[in-house]
Design a protein around this ligand. Sequence first.
Ligand code: FE
Ligand code: FE
Ligand code: ZN
Length: 282
Amino acid sequence: MQYIGCHLSSSKGFAAMGKVALSIGANTFQFFTRNPRGGAAREIDPQDAQALVMMQHSGAIGKIVAHAPYTLNPCAREEKTLDFARRTMRDDLHRMELVPGNFYNFHPGSHVGQGTEEGIRKIAETLDASMFEGQTTTVLLETMAGKGTEVGGRFEELRAIIDRTAMQEKLGVCLDTCHVSDAGYDIAGNLEAVLEEFDRVIGLSKLHALHLNDSKNPCGAHKDRHERLGEGYLGMETFYRIVEHPALRGLPMILETPNELPGYAAEIARLRAYDAANANKL
Ligand code: FE
Ligand code: FE
Ligand code: ZN
């Protein structure tokens, strides 16, 4: 089974996101746990959460990906900012237990001049302060473009964070295709080599989700500007290769391309059509 979906607005709740996902041919989705710029989270209605859990039990919707607000910095310099990251992540992870067994993706953050080593140390510390015994959510570190002082542009950095975190069995990686290409991994030119590198450094068993985005910039640009599939430097072929790759089959594949719902529906349909045509050949 292929799980393909896109980022959706969470303003109307879980059941609404599930319905919207199905209406555009998706069977997974991503959403922000709260305003992406941070701030207070809306109260989750347990009945609404339960409606999504039922859609997941029926098999209509696979595992979903919650995305932490991208303004929180888990390796900030200021104690106050670090504390905000810890409290937000901890609160989000507790709320996620209303939809158990899904994913929580976050950006490792920017070391803002403290150095990558110190950044890695602080990120692991923030994770240790946020994750809790018995949580069913798997936390995902997102591969980053390496813009500015971002940590997580190199697979080695993600591996080092995982190594220093206590609850490693509840920690994994979400690979963003635009970000890895921008970081200098030639996913368009040689997907196989990038996956081999990922496997060697982190281990493919740690790869739990993908963000499918084309990039407005060439490999190694360190920019992080998403483009629609096939309209950027990665090209449609890259996404077809990803969809048909046996090691990636079954992972939630989330579009974060500049699109409204009809554009997402079209991209999902294109990927599914390719996958179906390909399956017939086997
Ligand atoms: Fe992200
Ligand atoms: Fe992403
Ligand atoms: Zn991005």
